[in-house]
Design a protein around this ligand. Structure first.
Ligand code: DSN
Length: 390
Protein backbone atom coordinates (compact mmCIF):
# COMPACT_ATOMS: atom_id res chain seq x y z
CA UNK A 1 0.00 0.00 0.00
CA UNK A 2 1.19 3.53 -0.69
CA UNK A 3 -0.58 4.85 2.42
CA UNK A 4 1.89 3.63 4.99
CA UNK A 5 -0.07 4.95 7.96
CA UNK A 6 -3.17 2.94 7.11
CA UNK A 7 -1.11 -0.06 6.03
CA UNK A 8 0.58 -0.06 9.42
CA UNK A 9 -2.78 0.11 11.23
CA UNK A 10 -4.23 -2.73 9.16
CA UNK A 11 -1.18 -4.85 10.03
CA UNK A 12 -1.51 -3.92 13.69
CA UNK A 13 -5.15 -5.01 13.68
CA UNK A 14 -4.30 -8.27 11.89
CA UNK A 15 -1.70 -8.96 14.58
CA UNK A 16 -4.17 -8.11 17.35
CA UNK A 17 -6.80 -10.42 15.88
CA UNK A 18 -4.30 -13.30 15.60
CA UNK A 19 -3.02 -12.86 19.14
CA UNK A 20 -6.34 -13.04 21.02
CA UNK A 21 -9.06 -15.57 21.76
CA UNK A 22 -12.15 -14.02 20.19
CA UNK A 23 -15.35 -14.77 22.08
CA UNK A 24 -17.39 -11.84 20.74
CA UNK A 25 -20.66 -13.60 19.89
CA UNK A 26 -21.37 -11.37 16.88
CA UNK A 27 -17.93 -11.64 15.22
CA UNK A 28 -16.36 -14.21 12.96
CA UNK A 29 -13.38 -14.60 10.63
CA UNK A 30 -14.10 -14.37 6.91
CA UNK A 31 -12.35 -16.28 4.13
CA UNK A 32 -9.78 -14.73 1.80
CA UNK A 33 -12.35 -14.98 -1.02
CA UNK A 34 -14.81 -12.83 0.94
CA UNK A 35 -12.02 -10.29 1.50
CA UNK A 36 -11.13 -10.32 -2.21
CA UNK A 37 -14.72 -9.60 -3.23
CA UNK A 38 -14.96 -6.83 -0.62
CA UNK A 39 -11.76 -5.19 -1.84
CA UNK A 40 -12.64 -5.55 -5.53
CA UNK A 41 -13.27 -2.88 -8.17
CA UNK A 42 -17.00 -3.49 -7.81
CA UNK A 43 -16.71 -0.73 -5.21
CA UNK A 44 -16.29 1.80 -8.05
CA UNK A 45 -19.79 1.26 -9.40
CA UNK A 46 -22.93 3.27 -8.65
CA UNK A 47 -26.05 1.14 -9.06
CA UNK A 48 -29.07 2.95 -7.60
CA UNK A 49 -32.12 0.83 -8.20
CA UNK A 50 -32.44 -2.90 -8.77
CA UNK A 51 -31.14 -5.33 -11.43
CA UNK A 52 -32.61 -4.31 -14.80
CA UNK A 53 -34.00 -1.06 -13.30
CA UNK A 54 -31.01 1.15 -12.49
CA UNK A 55 -30.68 4.92 -12.66
CA UNK A 56 -27.05 4.85 -13.89
CA UNK A 57 -25.61 3.15 -16.97
CA UNK A 58 -23.00 0.41 -17.00
CA UNK A 59 -24.70 -2.04 -14.67
CA UNK A 60 -24.54 -5.17 -16.84
CA UNK A 61 -22.07 -6.87 -14.50
CA UNK A 62 -23.28 -5.70 -11.09
CA UNK A 63 -26.81 -6.73 -12.07
CA UNK A 64 -25.50 -10.29 -12.44
CA UNK A 65 -23.71 -10.02 -9.09
CA UNK A 66 -26.84 -8.90 -7.28
CA UNK A 67 -29.06 -11.52 -8.94
CA UNK A 68 -26.57 -14.25 -8.09
CA UNK A 69 -26.49 -13.12 -4.46
CA UNK A 70 -30.31 -13.19 -4.29
CA UNK A 71 -30.45 -16.65 -5.90
CA UNK A 72 -27.87 -17.98 -3.44
CA UNK A 73 -29.72 -16.51 -0.45
CA UNK A 74 -32.89 -18.33 -1.54
CA UNK A 75 -31.03 -21.58 -2.19
CA UNK A 76 -29.12 -21.56 1.10
CA UNK A 77 -32.30 -21.23 3.17
CA UNK A 78 -34.26 -23.63 0.89
CA UNK A 79 -36.77 -20.99 -0.25
CA UNK A 80 -38.74 -20.85 -3.48
CA UNK A 81 -38.45 -17.63 -5.50
CA UNK A 82 -42.21 -17.67 -6.01
CA UNK A 83 -42.75 -17.60 -2.20
CA UNK A 84 -40.04 -15.24 -0.95
CA UNK A 85 -38.63 -11.92 -2.13
CA UNK A 86 -35.07 -10.97 -1.17
CA UNK A 87 -33.41 -7.56 -0.85
CA UNK A 88 -29.62 -7.74 -0.42
CA UNK A 89 -28.88 -4.00 -0.41
CA UNK A 90 -29.07 -3.32 3.33
CA UNK A 91 -25.78 -2.32 4.90
CA UNK A 92 -26.28 -3.76 8.36
CA UNK A 93 -28.87 -5.09 10.76
CA UNK A 94 -30.12 -1.83 12.26
CA UNK A 95 -30.85 -0.09 8.94
CA UNK A 96 -32.39 -3.33 7.67
CA UNK A 97 -34.85 -3.54 10.58
CA UNK A 98 -35.57 0.17 10.20
CA UNK A 99 -36.31 -0.28 6.48
CA UNK A 100 -38.60 -3.23 7.19
CA UNK A 101 -40.68 -1.36 9.79
CA UNK A 102 -40.75 1.76 7.62
CA UNK A 103 -42.10 -0.29 4.72
CA UNK A 104 -44.66 -2.39 6.58
CA UNK A 105 -45.68 -0.74 9.86
CA UNK A 106 -47.54 2.58 9.86
CA UNK A 107 -45.72 5.26 11.88
CA UNK A 108 -47.27 5.27 15.36
CA UNK A 109 -48.04 1.54 15.12
CA UNK A 110 -46.86 -0.87 17.81
CA UNK A 111 -43.64 -2.91 17.70
CA UNK A 112 -43.48 -5.74 20.20
CA UNK A 113 -39.97 -7.01 20.89
CA UNK A 114 -37.71 -8.32 23.60
CA UNK A 115 -36.26 -5.74 25.97
CA UNK A 116 -32.56 -4.99 25.50
CA UNK A 117 -31.73 -6.09 29.05
CA UNK A 118 -33.38 -9.46 28.41
CA UNK A 119 -31.37 -10.08 25.23
CA UNK A 120 -33.27 -8.08 22.60
CA UNK A 121 -31.75 -5.49 20.26
CA UNK A 122 -32.01 -1.70 20.25
CA UNK A 123 -33.92 -1.87 16.96
CA UNK A 124 -36.58 -4.14 18.45
CA UNK A 125 -38.32 -1.04 19.82
CA UNK A 126 -35.94 0.26 22.52
CA UNK A 127 -37.14 3.71 23.61
CA UNK A 128 -33.72 5.26 22.78
CA UNK A 129 -33.75 3.84 19.23
CA UNK A 130 -35.80 5.58 16.53
CA UNK A 131 -37.68 2.27 16.31
CA UNK A 132 -39.02 3.06 19.79
CA UNK A 133 -39.76 6.71 18.96
CA UNK A 134 -41.48 6.53 15.57
CA UNK A 135 -43.37 3.40 16.61
CA UNK A 136 -44.86 2.57 20.03
CA UNK A 137 -42.63 0.07 21.80
CA UNK A 138 -44.08 -2.89 23.58
CA UNK A 139 -41.15 -4.59 25.30
CA UNK A 140 -41.28 -8.02 26.90
CA UNK A 141 -38.93 -9.62 29.41
CA UNK A 142 -37.90 -13.17 30.24
CA UNK A 143 -39.37 -15.29 32.98
CA UNK A 144 -37.42 -14.37 36.13
CA UNK A 145 -37.03 -17.92 37.40
CA UNK A 146 -36.36 -19.90 34.26
CA UNK A 147 -34.58 -17.03 32.41
CA UNK A 148 -36.28 -18.13 29.18
CA UNK A 149 -39.24 -16.79 27.18
CA UNK A 150 -42.64 -17.20 28.82
CA UNK A 151 -44.84 -17.77 25.76
CA UNK A 152 -48.08 -17.59 27.76
CA UNK A 153 -47.15 -14.16 29.14
CA UNK A 154 -46.27 -13.05 25.60
CA UNK A 155 -49.62 -14.20 24.28
CA UNK A 156 -51.50 -12.31 27.00
CA UNK A 157 -49.50 -9.15 26.25
CA UNK A 158 -50.09 -9.51 22.51
CA UNK A 159 -53.84 -10.07 22.86
CA UNK A 160 -54.19 -7.11 25.26
CA UNK A 161 -51.98 -4.64 23.40
CA UNK A 162 -52.50 -5.77 19.78
CA UNK A 163 -49.07 -4.95 18.28
CA UNK A 164 -48.78 -4.38 14.53
CA UNK A 165 -45.59 -6.40 14.36
CA UNK A 166 -43.89 -8.90 16.68
CA UNK A 167 -40.12 -9.10 16.44
CA UNK A 168 -38.69 -12.46 17.31
CA UNK A 169 -34.91 -12.41 17.47
CA UNK A 170 -32.16 -11.56 19.87
CA UNK A 171 -28.58 -10.53 20.41
CA UNK A 172 -28.13 -12.15 23.79
CA UNK A 173 -30.62 -15.01 24.13
CA UNK A 174 -28.87 -18.39 24.09
CA UNK A 175 -31.82 -20.73 23.62
CA UNK A 176 -33.73 -22.16 20.68
CA UNK A 177 -36.81 -20.09 19.96
CA UNK A 178 -40.16 -21.73 19.36
CA UNK A 179 -41.08 -20.05 16.07
CA UNK A 180 -44.36 -21.98 15.88
CA UNK A 181 -45.47 -20.47 19.20
CA UNK A 182 -44.45 -17.01 17.99
CA UNK A 183 -46.58 -17.59 14.87
CA UNK A 184 -49.57 -18.55 17.02
CA UNK A 185 -49.08 -15.46 19.18
CA UNK A 186 -48.87 -13.23 16.10
CA UNK A 187 -52.02 -14.84 14.69
CA UNK A 188 -53.86 -14.39 17.99
CA UNK A 189 -53.60 -10.60 17.64
CA UNK A 190 -53.32 -10.16 13.86
CA UNK A 191 -49.66 -9.01 13.97
CA UNK A 192 -46.92 -9.58 11.43
CA UNK A 193 -44.15 -11.91 12.57
CA UNK A 194 -40.67 -10.57 11.85
CA UNK A 195 -37.71 -12.79 12.72
CA UNK A 196 -34.32 -11.18 13.25
CA UNK A 197 -32.03 -14.19 12.80
CA UNK A 198 -28.82 -12.15 12.63
CA UNK A 199 -27.13 -14.16 15.36
CA UNK A 200 -28.15 -17.66 14.39
CA UNK A 201 -28.49 -17.46 10.57
CA UNK A 202 -25.31 -19.48 10.05
CA UNK A 203 -26.61 -22.13 12.42
CA UNK A 204 -29.89 -22.28 10.48
CA UNK A 205 -27.92 -22.59 7.22
CA UNK A 206 -25.82 -25.38 8.72
CA UNK A 207 -28.81 -27.27 10.14
CA UNK A 208 -27.83 -26.59 13.77
CA UNK A 209 -30.82 -24.39 14.67
CA UNK A 210 -34.46 -24.48 13.47
CA UNK A 211 -35.43 -22.42 10.45
CA UNK A 212 -37.83 -19.52 11.06
CA UNK A 213 -38.98 -19.47 7.42
CA UNK A 214 -41.98 -21.83 7.77
CA UNK A 215 -43.49 -19.41 10.30
CA UNK A 216 -42.31 -15.85 9.61
CA UNK A 217 -43.81 -13.16 7.38
CA UNK A 218 -40.47 -11.41 7.14
CA UNK A 219 -36.90 -12.35 8.11
CA UNK A 220 -33.79 -10.23 8.51
CA UNK A 221 -30.25 -11.39 8.94
CA UNK A 222 -26.90 -9.75 9.12
CA UNK A 223 -24.29 -11.69 7.20
CA UNK A 224 -21.22 -11.23 9.38
CA UNK A 225 -22.01 -13.24 12.51
CA UNK A 226 -22.53 -17.02 12.46
CA UNK A 227 -22.97 -16.78 8.65
CA UNK A 228 -19.27 -15.76 8.36
CA UNK A 229 -19.62 -13.18 5.61
CA UNK A 230 -18.92 -9.46 5.24
CA UNK A 231 -20.77 -6.76 7.21
CA UNK A 232 -24.12 -6.49 5.41
CA UNK A 233 -27.74 -7.57 5.86
CA UNK A 234 -30.40 -9.44 3.90
CA UNK A 235 -34.15 -8.97 4.13
CA UNK A 236 -36.59 -11.72 3.12
CA UNK A 237 -40.31 -10.94 2.79
CA UNK A 238 -43.17 -13.27 1.89
CA UNK A 239 -44.46 -12.83 -1.67
CA UNK A 240 -48.26 -12.62 -1.64
CA UNK A 241 -51.20 -10.28 -2.13
CA UNK A 242 -49.91 -8.02 0.67
CA UNK A 243 -47.19 -6.87 -1.76
CA UNK A 244 -44.44 -6.71 0.87
CA UNK A 245 -41.89 -7.15 -1.94
CA UNK A 246 -42.91 -3.95 -3.72
CA UNK A 247 -43.32 -1.99 -0.46
CA UNK A 248 -39.90 -3.04 0.83
CA UNK A 249 -37.96 -2.37 -2.36
CA UNK A 250 -39.55 1.07 -2.68
CA UNK A 251 -38.68 1.88 0.92
CA UNK A 252 -35.03 0.82 0.49
CA UNK A 253 -34.62 3.02 -2.61
CA UNK A 254 -35.86 5.79 -2.98
CA UNK A 255 -37.27 5.74 0.59
CA UNK A 256 -34.13 5.45 2.68
CA UNK A 257 -30.91 4.70 0.82
CA UNK A 258 -29.03 5.42 -2.38
CA UNK A 259 -26.53 3.26 -4.22
CA UNK A 260 -26.00 -0.27 -2.96
CA UNK A 261 -22.46 -1.40 -2.14
CA UNK A 262 -22.05 -4.00 -4.88
CA UNK A 263 -18.64 -5.12 -3.59
CA UNK A 264 -20.32 -6.05 -0.27
CA UNK A 265 -23.10 -7.81 -2.16
CA UNK A 266 -20.50 -9.85 -4.08
CA UNK A 267 -18.79 -10.74 -0.80
CA UNK A 268 -22.14 -11.83 0.65
CA UNK A 269 -22.66 -14.04 -2.42
CA UNK A 270 -19.26 -15.65 -1.78
CA UNK A 271 -20.13 -16.30 1.88
CA UNK A 272 -23.52 -17.77 0.95
CA UNK A 273 -21.86 -20.23 -1.45
CA UNK A 274 -19.35 -21.16 1.26
CA UNK A 275 -22.24 -21.80 3.66
CA UNK A 276 -23.76 -24.30 1.19
CA UNK A 277 -20.73 -26.58 1.43
CA UNK A 278 -20.82 -29.74 3.59
CA UNK A 279 -17.93 -28.34 5.68
CA UNK A 280 -20.15 -25.49 6.79
CA UNK A 281 -22.70 -27.94 8.24
CA UNK A 282 -19.91 -29.50 10.29
CA UNK A 283 -18.76 -26.04 11.31
CA UNK A 284 -22.22 -24.95 12.49
CA UNK A 285 -22.66 -28.11 14.55
CA UNK A 286 -19.20 -27.67 16.07
CA UNK A 287 -20.00 -24.05 16.99
CA UNK A 288 -22.95 -25.27 19.08
CA UNK A 289 -21.01 -28.21 20.58
CA UNK A 290 -18.24 -25.83 21.64
CA UNK A 291 -20.67 -23.37 23.20
CA UNK A 292 -22.42 -26.15 25.14
CA UNK A 293 -19.11 -27.41 26.54
CA UNK A 294 -17.86 -23.92 27.43
CA UNK A 295 -21.14 -23.13 29.21
CA UNK A 296 -21.13 -26.43 31.10
CA UNK A 297 -17.50 -26.09 32.21
CA UNK A 298 -17.99 -22.51 33.41
CA UNK A 299 -21.06 -23.66 35.30
CA UNK A 300 -19.07 -26.48 36.92
CA UNK A 301 -16.55 -23.89 38.03
CA UNK A 302 -19.30 -22.06 39.89
CA UNK A 303 -20.47 -19.38 37.42
CA UNK A 304 -24.11 -18.56 36.82
CA UNK A 305 -24.91 -19.27 33.18
CA UNK A 306 -28.20 -17.62 32.24
CA UNK A 307 -30.96 -20.17 31.52
CA UNK A 308 -28.60 -22.93 32.64
CA UNK A 309 -26.84 -23.39 29.31
CA UNK A 310 -27.15 -22.76 25.60
CA UNK A 311 -28.62 -24.24 22.40
CA UNK A 312 -26.65 -21.98 20.09
CA UNK A 313 -23.29 -20.24 19.68
CA UNK A 314 -24.06 -17.81 22.49
CA UNK A 315 -23.57 -17.91 26.26
CA UNK A 316 -24.73 -15.28 28.70
CA UNK A 317 -22.71 -15.40 31.90
CA UNK A 318 -23.57 -13.66 35.14
CA UNK A 319 -20.15 -12.67 36.47
CA UNK A 320 -21.54 -10.44 39.24
CA UNK A 321 -23.67 -13.11 40.96
CA UNK A 322 -25.22 -10.70 43.46
CA UNK A 323 -21.84 -9.39 44.60
CA UNK A 324 -20.11 -12.77 44.90
CA UNK A 325 -18.24 -12.18 41.62
CA UNK A 326 -17.14 -9.21 39.51
CA UNK A 327 -19.23 -6.75 37.42
CA UNK A 328 -19.34 -7.40 33.67
CA UNK A 329 -17.13 -4.44 32.75
CA UNK A 330 -14.37 -5.52 35.12
CA UNK A 331 -14.73 -9.13 33.95
CA UNK A 332 -14.39 -8.00 30.33
CA UNK A 333 -11.34 -5.83 31.13
CA UNK A 334 -9.61 -8.58 33.09
CA UNK A 335 -10.20 -11.10 30.32
CA UNK A 336 -8.96 -8.66 27.67
CA UNK A 337 -5.72 -8.18 29.61
CA UNK A 338 -5.35 -11.96 29.52
CA UNK A 339 -5.94 -12.02 25.74
CA UNK A 340 -9.59 -13.16 25.79
CA UNK A 341 -12.00 -10.74 24.10
CA UNK A 342 -15.64 -10.66 25.23
CA UNK A 343 -18.26 -7.96 25.67
CA UNK A 344 -19.95 -6.86 28.86
CA UNK A 345 -23.66 -7.53 28.77
CA UNK A 346 -26.79 -7.09 30.81
CA UNK A 347 -28.43 -10.19 32.24
CA UNK A 348 -32.22 -10.60 32.51
CA UNK A 349 -33.59 -8.21 35.15
CA UNK A 350 -30.08 -6.79 35.57
CA UNK A 351 -29.75 -5.12 38.99
CA UNK A 352 -26.77 -2.98 37.81
CA UNK A 353 -27.76 -1.29 34.50
CA UNK A 354 -26.75 -1.15 30.85
CA UNK A 355 -23.47 0.82 31.18
CA UNK A 356 -22.19 -1.22 34.13
CA UNK A 357 -23.94 -4.55 33.72
CA UNK A 358 -23.75 -7.81 35.66
CA UNK A 359 -22.48 -10.10 32.99
CA UNK A 360 -20.59 -10.90 29.83
CA UNK A 361 -21.68 -12.45 26.54
CA UNK A 362 -19.59 -15.18 24.93
CA UNK A 363 -19.80 -16.78 21.50
CA UNK A 364 -17.94 -19.59 19.80
CA UNK A 365 -18.24 -18.69 16.08
CA UNK A 366 -14.80 -17.16 15.59
CA UNK A 367 -12.82 -19.68 17.61
CA UNK A 368 -14.61 -22.57 15.88
CA UNK A 369 -13.58 -21.07 12.53
CA UNK A 370 -10.03 -21.30 13.90
CA UNK A 371 -10.53 -25.03 14.42
CA UNK A 372 -11.16 -25.11 18.18
CA UNK A 373 -12.94 -28.18 19.55
CA UNK A 374 -14.50 -29.32 22.84
CA UNK A 375 -11.14 -30.01 24.57
CA UNK A 376 -10.06 -26.42 23.84
CA UNK A 377 -13.27 -25.16 25.44
CA UNK A 378 -12.55 -27.10 28.64
CA UNK A 379 -9.12 -25.46 28.86
CA UNK A 380 -10.56 -22.06 28.00
CA UNK A 381 -13.12 -22.28 30.80
CA UNK A 382 -10.37 -23.04 33.33
CA UNK A 383 -8.31 -20.12 32.02
CA UNK A 384 -11.26 -17.73 32.20
CA UNK A 385 -12.15 -18.87 35.70
CA UNK A 386 -8.56 -18.24 36.90
CA UNK A 387 -8.49 -14.75 35.38
CA UNK A 388 -11.89 -13.80 36.79
CA UNK A 389 -11.12 -15.05 40.29
CA UNK A 390 -7.66 -13.43 40.39
N1 DSN B 1 -23.86 -5.44 17.76
C1 DSN B 1 -24.54 -6.66 17.43
C2 DSN B 1 -24.27 -7.71 18.45
O1 DSN B 1 -23.19 -7.68 18.97
O2 DSN B 1 -25.10 -8.56 18.70
C3 DSN B 1 -25.98 -6.43 17.23
O3 DSN B 1 -26.18 -5.24 16.59
Amino acid sequence: MKDKQIEKLIKEEEKRQKSVVNLIASENIVSDDVLKALGSKLTNKYAEGYPGKRYYGGNQVVDKVELLCIARALKLFKLKPEDWHVNVQLLSGSPANFALYSALVPVGGKIMGMKLTSGGHLTHGHPLSMTGKLWKPLQFELDKNTEVIDYEALKTLAITEKPDIIVCGFTAYPRIVDFKKFREIADSCGALLHVDMSHFAGLVAGGAYPSPFPYADTVMTTTHKSLRGPRQAILFVKKDAREFDKKLDKMVIPGLFGGPHENNIAAVAVALAEAMKPEFKKYAKQVVKNAKVLAKELQKLGWHIISGGTDSHLILMDTWMDGKGVPGKIASDKLEKAGIIVNMNTIPGDPRGVMDPSGIRLGTCAETTRGKKEADMVKLAVRMDKVLRN
